[in-house]
Each structure stands twice: as C-alpha cells, then as structure tokens.
Design a protein around this ligand. Structure first.
Ligand code: SF4
Length: 433
C-alpha cells in the first residue's frame, strides 16, 4: 500500500508523522511524496491560529482534489477541536483525535479495514519524506494555563515517554545515520515530572549512551531554563540554540496571558544562558494584538523585543481560539491594528536576525547539509544559521565546515571549506539516510 503523510504546524506534529512513516514502512507500505500516487493519505493538522486551521482545511481539500479515490485520515489539533468540520471535508474517511495518535497506524488499519500491519524489522525503511534531522517526541500535553493557548486544550495534560523508549528510538535513528536529533514535545521542560525525572536527567542519559553529532532541544519555556539544564552545554554536542517563547515584551500583557515570568526575569534568564553558552542563538515567538494591548503596551513590547538581540523571531497576530480564556476577554484588537503591529514587529525581527547573523561573517562554522538542487546546497549551523553554498558533489547528511561570507534574506551565503570531515578522512563516508 502506498501512503502519503503530511504535517502542519509544530515540530511535534512533524515528529509524529515521521514515526508513523517508519512504522508503515517497516510494515511494508511505500511512503510516497505526492497524494496523487497514494492509496491512503494521513494528515496531521494544526489549529494554533485561525490561519493554521484554514491551512489544515486547504491541505485536506488539496489531497481530495489530487486523488479523489484515496481515503483521507485527518488527525491532529484541528481534528481534535473541530471533529465535525474535519469529517465534512471532501474525501475524509476517518477523523482521529489526539488520544488516538499513540496507536495511529493500528487505529487506521482497524477502522478502515486494512490488513493488519505487522512490523517487519528486517526491512529498511527508505522514507523520502523524512528530514535530515530526526525529530524525537519525548512528551505530550501541558499542565500550564496560558490564556491564549489552544494546544493544551487539544493535547491534554502532560505525559512523558519512558526514558528507555526514547533512548531506543534515538539509538535506532543513530544506526540509520542521523547526525542530529531534535527533542520535541509541547512542554519539554516538564519532561518526567510525573515520576520525579527531569529533562536534564534525560539529556545526560542520551549524551552518555549515544554518539551522533548533534542534539537540539525544540522550544522550551523560559521558566524551565534552570542552571542544572544550562550546565549540560559543557558538552559540545548540544546545539547552541534555545527557542524561548517570549510572547510579549510587556509585563501587563504577560500577566493577562498568564505567563510565568516578567520581562526582567526573562532578560536575566537569557543573560545567564548567553554567559553559559557562547555564540548561543536565542529565537522566540511574539504575539501582537493580544486583547487589551493598547498603544503603550505594544510600544513596551516592541522596545523590549528590540533590546533582546534575538536571532530569529516568529511574529503572530493574536488569533482568538474558541474555548480559550483570551477569546472571551474584553478589548479585542481590531484586525487592521494587529496587521500594522505585526509589520512593525516583523521589521524588528528582520533587524535583529540580520545583526545576529552579521556577527558570524568571516567565521568558519560546521554545517549539517540538508537539501540541494543541482549544485546549490543549504544546511544549518548548530546555532541555527541557514547557510547556502554552491558545490557539485552530494553533501546531504554530512557535517562540513563553511566560511560565512555574506547575508542573504534569511541566512548566509558561504563557501565550503572542506569536502571531507575529519571522520570521513579516517573512515570513509558516513551512512546516508
Ligand atoms: S506552556 Fe502555555 S503556551 Fe505552551 S503549551 Fe502550555 S499552555 Fe500552551
């Protein structure tokens, strides 16, 4: 059976799709790159903003248009929060909520009457939709109560995967030749709290029992940035990148959002992190136009964001999600004002990102090369700078140094400094994935 899988939204959705793809491939399914060639489509949706919901609906419609014969399975946060809407979309045969994700492949097989998909471990899963970086889910759900957040509603309370299962999954990715593992979840800083374990315990264990080159943490809440966690970066395999969602640079707005820090605390956390991790990239998310954000609050937020030297900022106009506290708050901001504030914040984001990347021009940085068309290759430094080079030989999944030469719109153009890693010079090429 040929299966098409796609995820929208967060890295967690992506990591889920990748694990279903592996499970399906191990059971003998072919994972295809286009829905037009598929016997079955599985779509992992998002509803974090109204735009994400719209994109989720569009993704389903596109699939149905491209291949009206293939049954479509819709899961993810959009399906969880709006199951009726999801079921009415064209081509949809099955809607599965977030609780069904754990056993998604079995659920699909049982409910759509496909033959039982038993794993064939000897079969190598060659899966074109996978990234060069392996996203590994370590926990799901969140016990916080940020007033704008639909994710905690859709994904439920925090639950962590056992350390042993995470380690086994990472060892499997390592044996497939992955060079970078990204630990993903909704609230990864809360990892293991249900049973007295911590994220630092998990990271230490992973570093101790594995040998792949890079370990990256996905988004982590600022209040989880404890000294115990920062000490882990003494190990150079941890990527010098922290995504700390700020959400607003105004204390009054943060309070209405029910975030657990003030701007002064956030700023101190970042200062400590930068002191502990030289050349750290701090990236963030900022919401503009939160209910009650008047001119002064927005100005305070913009000034604070501009002062933080973020390496990258994702700007979101506030999107009222039905079922959240913020959706029912008074003083909702008019769409044109949100748009205008979004533009102003995006301008700050551009300047900040440019200033960060400029600091590294002229330097030699190791890059994990990911994708290339013809002789154009692109990859990421461990501190999340996207580098492009021209090179005629295949570079995918290799970590090779490049000299960073000039800024491009979103990254840096460079030149390859060597076409062989030190390990390759000794042992020959690494596995390709
Ligand atoms: S920490 Fe807040 S924003 Fe993040 S998932 Fe939990 S409730 Fe949502």
């Amino acid at each position: 059976m040929r299966v098409y899988l796609r995820a929208l939204g967060c890295k967690l959705n992506q990591s889920e799709v990748e694990s279903w793809a592996r499970r399906l491939a191990a059971a003998g399914c072919e994972i295809v790159e286009s829905s037009a060639n598929a016997d079955l489509c599985i779509l992992n949706t998002c509803t974090v903003t109204h735009v994400a919901s719209r994109k989720s609906r569009q993704m389903v419609r596109r699939c149905a248009r491209g291949n009206p014969q293939a049954p479509i399975v819709v899961t993810g946060c959009f399906a969880e929060i709006h199951p009726g809407q999801a079921a009415r979309l064209p081509g949809v045969s099955l809607v599965l909520g977030t609780a069904d994700k754990e056993r998604l492949v079995d659920n699909v097989a049982e409910r759509l009457g496909f033959p039982v998909l038993s794993p064939r471990p000897e079969q190598h899963a060659s899966i074109a939709c996978l990234h060069t970086r392996a996203f590994v889910k370590i926990q799901d759900g969140c016990n916080n109560a940020c007033t704008y957040c639909i994710v905690r509603v859709a994904r439920g309370r925090q639950r962590s995967r056992p350390m042993r299962a995470i380690l086994d999954e990472i060892l499997a990715r390592q044996s497939e030749g992955y060079q970078e593992i990204v630990l993903s979840g909704v609230h990864i800083g809360a990892y293991g709290r249900e049973r007295d374990e911590t994220l630092p315990d998990l990271v230490r264990k992973i570093l101790q029992h594995t040998r792949f080159s890079r370990l990256r943490l996905s988004s982590i809440e600022p209040w989880d940035l404890a000294p115990d966690l920062l000490r882990l970066w003494e190990n150079r395999r941890l990527c010098r990148h922290l995504h700390l969602p700020l959400q607003s640079g105004c204390d009054a707005t943060l309070k209405r959002m029910n975030r657990r820090y003030t701007t002064a605390q956030f700023s101190e956390l970042v200062r400590n992190a930068r002191a502990a991790i030289p050349d750290l990239a701090v990236t963030t998310d900022v919401i503009v136009g939160f209910p009650g954000e008047d001119k002064q609050e927005f100005a305070a937020s913009a000034d604070f964001v501009a002062s933080m030297d973020f390496a990258r900022i994702h700007v979101f106009p506030f999107s009222a999600r039905p079922g959240t506290e913020a959706a029912a708050m008074p003083q909702q901001i008019a769409p044109p004002t949100k748009k205008q504030r979004g533009k102003r914040m995006a301008g700050i984001a551009r300047q900040s990102s440019e200033a960060f990347r400029r600091r590294f021009l002229g330097r030699m940085m190791d890059v994990l090369w990911e994708s290339g068309k013809a002789d154009q290759w692109s990859g990421l430094t461990d501190n999340y700078i996207r580098v492009a080079v021209t090179h005629t030989e295949p570079l995918r999944n290799r970590i090779l140094p490049a000299r960073l030469l000039e800024l491009t719109t979103y990254g840096v153009r460079g030149e390859l400094a060597s076409s062989r890693t030190t390990a390759e010079q000794a042992d020959g090429p690494v596995n390709s994935i």
